[in-house]
Design a protein around this ligand. Sequence first.
Ligand SMILES: Nc1ncnc2c1ncn2[C@@H]1O[C@H](COP(=O)(O)OP(=O)(O)OP(=O)(O)O)[C@@H](O)[C@H]1O
Ligand SMILES: [Mg+2]
Length: 476
Amino acid sequence: MARTDSAPWLRQTLLTLLCAIDEGIHVVDDTGVTVYYNAQAAELEGLEPESVLGKHILDVYPSLDPENSTLLQVCRTKRPVLTQQQSFTNFKGQRVTTLNTTLPIIIDNRLVGAVEVSKNITAVRELSERLLDLQARVFDRNPDSTTSGRPIARYTFADIIGQNSKMVELKSLAQRSATTDSAVLVLGETGTGKELVVQAIHNASRRRARPFVAQNCAALPETLLESILFGTIRGSFTGAENRPGLFEIANGGTLFLDELNAMPPSLQAKLLRVLQDGMVRRIGDSKLRPVDVRIITAMNEKPFEAMRKGTLREDLYYRINVVTIGLPPLRERRDDSLLLSQHFISHYNRVFGRKVIGLAEKTWEVFKNYDWPGNVRELQHALEGAMNIIDGDIILPEHLPAHIREGNALGFAGLSVTGTDSFILSPGQSLHDALAEAEIRYVEQAMQQARGNVTLAAEILRIPRQTLQYKLRTRK
Ligand SMILES: Nc1ncnc2c1ncn2[C@@H]1O[C@H](COP(=O)(O)OP(=O)(O)OP(=O)(O)O)[C@@H](O)[C@H]1O
Ligand SMILES: [Mg+2]
């Protein structure tokens, strides 16, 4: 269609997009005069767009000079400055932390300006630092107490239910690893019990009275994760404080890095250095501090697959997989699902004050035919749901979510958009709108099947959880 070729159409699309996104956008021409500044940038900096547009940036920001302004620096060097963390007090007196990427704009080999994209990470940073301070305080208060470092590591080997031969072998391997300080890598699909095993190892090790610190590597942007792991000293970047990182907080104990393959490779290289040297350097510090930390990592992807995709560095992999514990999916240890069911039924009998005896034969048949993509977690929540609605003392198939009853564990085979008019466009409806509507229906159906569990629904739809979260947020 010609419409998409026309420059005004493209320009208007871009402007609409720039107003709709969450990031602040600031564009200057090659002389440093602002030519575009969106409402989000104005909000971040506490300014009115009119006071910035058409002005030179040194006239707007008194604290900037040609050296420390990233926009001017990029105009000068023509080189991008990527994901820089910056904390500052804005014009309304609010403390703000942003992640900025500044890029040169080049047309026909000539620099015509620069664009800065700023993501507001103030809330994430505040929460992470509060958590860090709390963790540090909990352990500082009584470093020798056997309980002070432990509230987070509550599981022991006795909590790991399973008599399947693979599970027995694996528990014995994990128990032996608890007698050493070697790095352990725990692998397994979502809900297979990775966290359980990691905590059990810590609690059986000589480090049990020392901290157990867990960090999910997928939860934070790179620069923040770096400062959380290694710590910072005042002034190492604008707004940085003297703060120990998780390595120092976990000193003497165990540091559990979950979803390691979500850690950016450049940070993985820094992590490897700390593991090899046994020393950590806070960001901006010249001093190296010795740390005695046992590292346990976990991933829900096969390491060779992650290395092939470039999300796991090979050198780090060989350092962290001294002991590898691979948890089998529940569908490969069906013999354990009965034992696990009994365990969860007793648990919820206690919690809900019920007297459920067990599963009906038919329910057990359903369990045997179901693939359990959410593994033990899914089984646990299916039983929790059943025990909410049950009247008698036996769990029947009708107490289970429909997709389990019908054996539709995975994929679109289990999803169908109902209604005979699904493929007929309503008058005036475009293909785009019809597809968007169908997508919403698939998403809602998956959410229903997963009883609101986003991780599970994402698995049913076979899309990343983050993608589903985005779709849920933006659905009309
Ligand atoms: N063998 C087991 N015995 C008893 N409970 C288990 C077992 N395996 C898992 N669970 C329970 O299932 C739930 C999920 O386990 P866990 O959080 O350890 O999974 P995970 O592998 O870390 O999952 P994810 O990759 O999604 O983080 C927890 O409530 C845990 O207690
Ligand atoms: Mg986990």
